[in-house]
Design a protein around this ligand. Sequence first.
Ligand code: NAP
Length: 323
Amino acid sequence: MSSHRRYATVMQAVLITEQEVSVSETDRPIHSDTELLVKVASAGLNGADLLQVKGNYPPPPGYRHDIPGLELAGVVVEAGAGATRFKVGDRVMGIVGGAAQAEYAIIEDAVAMRVPDEVDITTAGGFPEVFTTSYDALILQAGLTLGERVCVHGAAGGVGLAAIQLAVAAGAEVIATTRNTEHRDDIAGLGATVITPEEFANSGDYDVILELVGAPNMSQNLNQLRIGGRIVVIGVGAGARFEIDLRLMMAKRSRILASTLRARSVAEKATITKAMESHVVPLLREGRLQIHEHASFPLTQAPEAYNSFARGGKLGKVILFNA
Ligand SMILES: NC(=O)c1ccc[n+]([C@@H]2O[C@H](COP(=O)([O-])OP(=O)(O)OC[C@H]3O[C@@H](n4cnc5c(N)ncnc54)[C@H](OP(=O)(O)O)[C@@H]3O)[C@@H](O)[C@H]2O)c1
């Protein structure tokens, strides 16, 4: 028997074949009792999608391997009998284990969030992954609080811009590193002091450092931490291994935290979703958080969207939308 869900009528979707993406017709997913079938309005691209295309980051069990996409926004067209939070016609967004980059996708009712009326649903699909990741890393894991000093490395990307906005909203002093000088003014406009990766070495002390680039920054991160400081590792695109001086960690009573979102259970994702609905979505509704769109492409132009993401030099998200 096939390891993925059963499918009924057809739809357009981004399909992975031989480590390339194309857009073709495929079967539409069928929801379970606790799931919603969503007509996707928008779906953000993430680094994990590019890894999945190259065969390096398979989705959790139950999700098709050949359709990428970790996040979506859209309108509920069918709801399982056990779906208690949302109904047909509701505008929802959220993180999914995979297969979001399609005309139709499945999301657990417990993991969906309402798209505020004030928010454009064709960009809302760029919100869930980066804001949930940043909120979980900075607030839930590192415990960032009012008046603390935080550094965001790799600040121009989707997670970086989300993290800066959340840290500013939390009352922290935010320093952001970017190697791309043309983005400095836009990042500073969010309330961060922008420095180059080279300037970081003399920029401490920090209570929290959000590491979105990877291992090459870690030794200097430990040097720049304040006593009791925390480093949260979320991205390791530039490398995953480094040598650590445990004496420095002991002396500073520092902590290194790290996590991924995708592999978590539905129950764990539902817990974060509730916290997001209480603390983060209201800020989006009030216009205090923005979804920064570097570029958007219709689903049919998914290969161009993937090229745009892979080129680098982005400021924010690359988003696919269904016209
Ligand atoms: N753990 C999780 O659950 C989770 C969730 C979401 C994302 N992530 C990971 O977190 C990272 C950030 O995600 P994202 O969506 O913000 O990605 P993104 O939009 O691609 O942004 C990455 C940023 O890091 C910069 N960067 C990359 N390599 C660098 C290097 N060697 N030195 C300096 N800057 C560098 C990029 O600059 P350029 O544009 O100049 O290359 C870009 O601004 C990615 O690695 C992603 O896979 C993890």
